[in-house]
Design a protein around this ligand. Structure first.
Ligand SMILES: C[S@@+](CC[C@H](N)C(=O)[O-])C[C@H]1O[C@@H](n2cnc3c(N)ncnc32)[C@H](O)[C@@H]1O
Length: 242
């Protein structure tokens, strides 16, 4: 991922260009149908949801079709929020708000479902070595996760979709203060993406707790560890065959 993915200006320009060229935009980490079964198993009647960093993805529209209503989608780019609000102007139970995922402007316990796809990845691009995460990034991710935990209902669920495997990503999620359990599935035919599900009110296993603690202990072998984050080309993530 490019270091520019952390800049609001980058996303505004990208979405402005997309609009001018009248192209739908890039869908991160595959098609919704590839992971729809993982979402569906968590849905209950009257599930209300929040999408973090929605971009111009079809994810919000797909969730809405699945019956997640009301559905609020936020992004810190006003350009994409304006575009998405126009695109979905006829769906009154879908709303679009310019908002920073680190400072959610919702009361405690508002949503049964919070979901993000590629948003935390974009926020973590400064990290070139996922074994040794900087304090700044730990704090940034914790700000988002604390907010997610706060706005989830007591039995709510947080879904996080990423290319980052459990030994790097689960340790951010496996912190006791969020009050949730952590599980991970994969999807995708060639490249496997990771689908994390956090259940509010669930327990962390001892492996999760050890992972969580490892976030604060630098990995000894980090010099030899190849990382996907070194790749600057997002197409690599969609086209790689392993
Ligand atoms: C990699 S894109 C993913 C977009 C979309 N979720 C998808 O699956 O196609 C990352 C998105 O996160 C948004 N974003 C990054 N940091 C954010 C923040 N602090 N608060 C809200 N949105 C943010 C960007 O504007 C961008 O739309």
């Amino acid at each position: 991922m490019s270091a520019r993915y952390k800049e609001l200006e980058y996303w505004d320009n990208r979405y402005r260009e997309q609009e001018q060229l009248q192209i739908g935009g890039h869908e991160w980490f595959g098609d919704y149908r590839d992971f729809a079964h993982l979402v569906a198993r968590e849905l209950r009647p009257e599930t209300g949801g929040l999408v973090l960093g929605c971009g111009t993805s079809s994810l919000s529209a797909e969730l809405h079709k699945e019956g997640v209503r009301p559905l609020v989608s936020i992004d810190y780019s006003p350009v994409c929020i304006k575009e998405m609000a126009q695109r979905h102007a006829n769906a009154p139970d879908m709303s679009w708000m310019v908002m920073d995922a680190r400072h959610l402007q919702f009361p405690d316990e508002t949503f049964d479902l919070v979901i993000e796809k590629g948003t935390l990845d974009a926020m973590m691009v400064d990290e070139k070595d996922p074994w040794r995460v900087s304090q700044d990034t730990i704090t940034l991710v914790d700000q988002v996760l604390s907010e997610v935990s706060r706005v989830l209902t007591p039995r709510g669920c947080f879904m996080s979709i990423t290319f980052s495997p459990p030994h790097f990503r689960a340790r951010h999620y496996a912190q006791p203060q969020y009050g949730w359990s952590v599980s991970c599935d994969t999807y995708g035919k060639d490249f496997h993406y990771f689908f994390y599900t956090m259940h509010k009110g669930g327990q962390l296993t001892s492996l999760d707790l050890a992972r969580g603690q490892s976030l604060y202990k630098p990995h000894e072998d980090q010099e030899q560890t190849p990382t996907l984050l070194e790749c600057d080309d997002e197409d690599f993530l969609n086209n790689i065959h392993i």
